[in-house]
Design a protein around this ligand. Structure first.
Ligand SMILES: [Zn+2]
Length: 139
């Protein structure tokens, strides 16, 4: 993993879109306001935010919300070219394991993932976040 201080303008814009999405968070139980923005290979940007539920187990993360929205809007052939995650709590927020597995189905291995990690912003290729993702076609 590599720490970055200056992001490429496209990733900076994607991170700004994720921050904007975090403002729509429904998080009355944790107060953790998260947003995600996906850049699709077709150039579209799709955002999502976390939506909590009183049953907790039904809560959906911002990344999966964005992915479900992207498939709903653009169809099952989408490919994710870049991913940004942001939160309004000044906390680290790399994608959780469930989101990594969901994103793996649609994301290019080299797609950059940008997320806050303490005092730094990290950019990591997707394949480094989830090596050996579950797949029935593993060789
Ligand atoms: Zn998640």
């Amino acid at each position: 993993m590599s720490d970055t201080v200056v992001l490429a303008p496209e990733l900076e814009n994607l991170l700004a879109a994720a921050r904007q999405a975090a403002m729509h968070s429904y998080s009355p139980y944790s107060g953790f306001q998260v947003g995600s923005a996906l850049k699709l290979e077709g150039g579209e940007t799709v955002t999502g935010t976390n939506v909590e539920n009183i049953s907790f187990g039904l809560t959906i993360c911002a990344e999966r919300a964005a992915l479900v929205r992207a498939v709903s809007e653009f169809g099952p052939a989408i490919r994710v070219a870049a991913i940004a995650v942001a939160n309004l709590n000044d906390a680290a927020s790399p994608p959780c394991g469930a989101c990594r597995q969901m994103l793996a189905e649609f994301t290019a291995p080299a797609a950059p993932v940008v997320f806050p990690a303490g005092d730094v912003t990290r950019v990591v290729p997707f394949c480094e976040l989830l090596p050996l993702a579950f797949d029935v076609k593993l060789k």
